[in-house]
Design a protein around this ligand. Structure first.
Ligand SMILES: [Zn+2]
Length: 278
């Protein structure tokens, strides 16, 4: 898939499209079986032939020791495991640097809003997320499960990967633990490192130094919170479309003003978040 142009949010939305995982189960039905006999299948990680007993859905490969999901009996069951490992990964990446920061929590909440259609679905997804946050499974484990479900669907793996990157970088950058985990996940999900580099540039590399954001608001770094708020409101007034609309200005200027307004809002948000962390 192409990651350029439309932006990451749109790319993820186009692929996951709607409730997280729901309905995708049908696409991975090739593992499904109702047989009571031992099942022989290919390990999705190392391609060795593995024999499994038909009870349970999660196995560990005796050859490569990696975990995989198999023997799913219905689309609903498949959806459950897709949700489990996707939300498991979300929970683990958010926690990997020790704390789930405010902006990470917001990114997760946005993610749940976007991919759950009903409040009931969202409630369920949130419950799975909270359970996974404190369970003993590792980030790698959920990554292996996800890979086993989508070994032949690179787009979905990429979409989940981009989501995790987005959450991990929500508080302004990547801690070394987040960086390590995201690079490791490239291997687990058998993705190309260029995706990591692309997302890094897009989500981390383009961010300015915190001092640059103060310059946008024309505030000194040691200004008080209320001074910053004042400067922010002044800038918003300057560029607000309602004020400019009545002045019969050229379209190019309106466009410029809108971009400035977005910059000002972003600067204010990031400065306030940065201050809340201190
Ligand atoms: Zn294996």
């Amino acid at each position: 898939m192409s990651w350029g142009g439309a932006g990451i949010g749109a790319a993820i939305g186009a692929i996951l499209g709607g409730p997280l995982g729901a309905g995708i189960g049908a696409a991975i039905g090739h593992y499904a079986t109702n047989s009571d006999d031992k099942i022989e299948l290919e390990c999705p990680h190392c391609a060795q032939s593995v024999e499994i007993k038909p009870e349970g859905n999660i196995w560990s490969c005796p050859y490569c020791q990696k975990s995989f999901v198999a023997n799913l009996k219905s689309d609903e069951e498949a959806d459950y495991y897709i949700n489990l490992c996707s939300l498991g990964l979300v929970a683990k990446i958010a926690k990997i640097d020790g704390v789930v920061s405010k902006s990470e929590a917001k990114a997760i909440s946005n993610f749940l809003d976007n991919f759950c259609k009903t409040p009931e679905e969202r409630e369920l997804a949130k419950e799975m997320y909270l359970l996974a946050k404190d369970d003993e499974n590792s980030f790698e484990y959920y990554g292996e499960l996800l890979y086993s479900l989508f070994s032949d669907n690179q787009e979905f793996r990429e979409a989940i990967y981009a989501t995790l990157f987005d959450i991990a970088s929500a508080d302004g950058g990547l801690e070394s633990s987040e960086e390590r985990a995201l690079k490791e996940l490239i291997d687990i999900l058998d993705l190309d490192i260029s995706i990591y580099n692309y997302l890094y540039n897009e989500l981390v590399g383009n961010r300015l130094n915190i001092e640059e954001y103060y310059k946008i608001l024309e505030c000194p770094v040691d200004a008080s919170d209320s001074e910053i708020k004042k400067a922010y409101h002044k800038k918003v007034m300057e560029f607000h479309p309602d004020r400019l609309a009545s002045k019969d200005l050229p379209e190019a200027f309106i466009k410029f003003a809108n971009e400035q307004l977005n910059r000002v809002r972003e600067a204010y948000e990031i400065i306030m978040e940065d201050r809340a962390k201190r």
